[in-house]
Design a protein around this ligand. Structure first.
Ligand SMILES: Cc1cc2nc3c(=O)[nH]c(=O)nc-3n(C[C@H](O)[C@H](O)[C@H](O)COP(=O)(O)OP(=O)(O)OC[C@H]3O[C@@H](n4cnc5c(N)ncnc54)[C@H](O)[C@@H]3O)c2cc1C
Length: 442
């Protein structure tokens, strides 16, 4: 109700405001000044999840979300879209439909955060003050750091599952494959879902086998990393698969240039500075370099690397006690995934509810994260692990094995859990089920 009054006030000043009563939340484009008890920056996985939880904790009228995008995407399904197993349209829904009802949506981009004055400034000039701030701005893709991109995507034979603009180009390149190298890359930066760059390789291999073209394909995974996957238990299984399916893995190779007119990709050897290698491709899947949100990086909230500087147990900011964070924008030392967002949301909810009562946070985030490593059109290895890189598996079976059941989880169960559980603030990760399945032992 309070935000409704503020909106009315904006309207009377003649500033353009759109209120979608049928969407049950209020939204504004521009209003010179606003104040909200709880301000959430970013309306992606972490932002919508936390706004739903904060609505429950302090009432819808006290919560606002700053998010410029009209569409909200379930990014994990892009792996299957790039391989033609799902439609791109199935990955997105209007942001209005996932915004919790009654929560105030500021439809603009955050431009500046000043935690010393509890102020956020948006692109349209609105100044928003807050009592509490949750930063959920995700990370930044940097296609432009590869010479020849992003304009190279205008040519065929090249795609990337990492954005809605390029994911269908992956599927097109795969379908058009005739003969030659199919090349998959992993950049020399932190990434979100570190398994995704190789999942599309396994799917492409499966597709080329299914269509009788595998013998004409040389499939290679050129990764900047010195390992195939960070957690040994799952890496061992993946090495077995690449050997069995004749997939070439080249470690410490970093994509620096694409020459789409010649269908050439240029890699630097990270172990031998100055040494480069040109690879001709018939299909190229690019995982772009990634980095921190530029807004976080340019604020006092960032650590030296530009990531949101959080206490890794409680998700409270290390210097500003009324600031919290979740997801890909943070410096939490775990793999950046939606599954991590789910587990973090339960801890952050608890931390904030305790602080509101002047009590100390008592729930600790163990770094839980998960990566369903899709290895074909009907198998998945479900990697789950914690801050220490120790497997933290939900099911009482060996999850390093390829399983049909896990594919079904990835393709059918998880999207449902995302839209109807996580985004409504009702899913805090599989911790309680893990305890149950392991008879309280994990
Ligand atoms: C191809 C692919 C496959 C993946 N597979 C999996 C998987 O299998 N399992 C899994 O758990 N995770 C997976 N992920 C990762 C998962 O999608 C992310 O980790 C998760 O979405 C992170 O949530 P977030 O809220 O931190 O960031 P996001 O969901 O990216 O949200 C960030 C939001 O901030 C907004 N924003 C950015 N800048 C501004 C600004 N200046 N002002 C206002 N708003 C802004 C953006 O518009 C966006 O809505 C995958 C991701 C990709 C791309």
């Amino acid at each position: 109700m309070a935000s409704f009054h503020r909106l009315r006030k904006c309207q009377s000043t003649g500033v353009a405001v759109s209120t979608h009563i049928t969407q049950l939340h209020t939204s504004s484009h521009a209003c010179a000044k606003q104040h909200h008890k709880m301000l959430v920056l970013g309306g992606g996985s972490g932002g919508i999840t936390m706004s739903a939880r904060m609505k429950r904790l302090m009432g819808a009228g006290n919560v606002a979300v700053v998010e410029p995008s009209e569409m909200h995407y379930y990014q994990p399904i892009w792996t299957l879209v790039g391989a033609g197993a799902k439609k791109a349209a199935s990955s997105g829904r209007p942001t209005a439909s996932v915004m919790p009802s009654g929560v105030h949506w500021v439809k603009s981009k955050v431009q500046e955060i000043n935690p010393d004055t509890n102020t956020v400034r948006t692109e349209d000039g609105t100044e928003i003050t807050y009592e509490y701030l949750i930063v959920a701005l995700g990370l930044q893709l940097h296609f432009e750091r590869v010479k020849g991109l992003p304009e190279g995507f205008e040519h065929p034979k090249i795609g990337s599952n990492y954005s809605i603009q390029t994911v269908e180009k992956t599927w097109k390149a795969l379908q058009d494959f005739k003969e030659g190298n199919a090349v998959f890359t992993f950049p020399n930066t932190p990434v979100k879902c570190a398994g995704a760059p190789q999942k599309i390789m396994y799917l492409s291999d499966a597709y080329l086998r299914k269509t009788g073209k595998r013998e004409k394909a040389n499939i290679m995974y050129n990764t900047s990393l010195p390992v195939l996957f960070g957690i040994k238990k799952y890496a061992d299984s993946l090495w077995d698969i690449v050997k069995r399916r004749d997939l070439q893995v080249n470690l410490r190779q970093n994509l620096i240039e694409v020459r789409p007119d010649k269908q050439e990709a240029v890699f630097e050897n990270l172990d031998k500075p100055g040494e480069t290698r040109v690879v001709e491709y018939e299909m190229l899947h690019v995982t772009p370099p990634m980095g921190p949100s530029l807004v976080v990086k340019g604020s006092p909230l960032a650590d030296d690397g530009g990531w949101l500087d959080l206490n890794k147990d409680t998700l409270q900011h290390k210097k500003y006690p009324n600031v919290f964070g979740i997801g890909d924008c943070t410096n939490l030392p775990t793999a950046k995934t939606g599954a991590a967002v789910a587990a973090q949301s339960a801890v952050l909810h608890r931390t904030i509810s305790r602080l509101l009562k002047n009590e100390k946070p008592d729930k600790i985030y163990d770094g839980y994260t998960s990566c369903p490593l899709v290895t074909s059109y009907n198998t998945v290895i479900l990697a789950e692990f914690d801050y220490n890189g120790q497997p933290l598996e939900t099911f009482p079976i060996n999850q390093a094995k390829e399983r049909r059941l896990m594919y079904h989880m990835k393709a059918d169960v998880m999207p449902h859990l995302y839209w109807h559980g996580l985004l409504r603030g009702l899913w805090g990760g599989p911790g309680p089920y893990r305890k149950l399945f392991h008879l309280g032992m994990k």
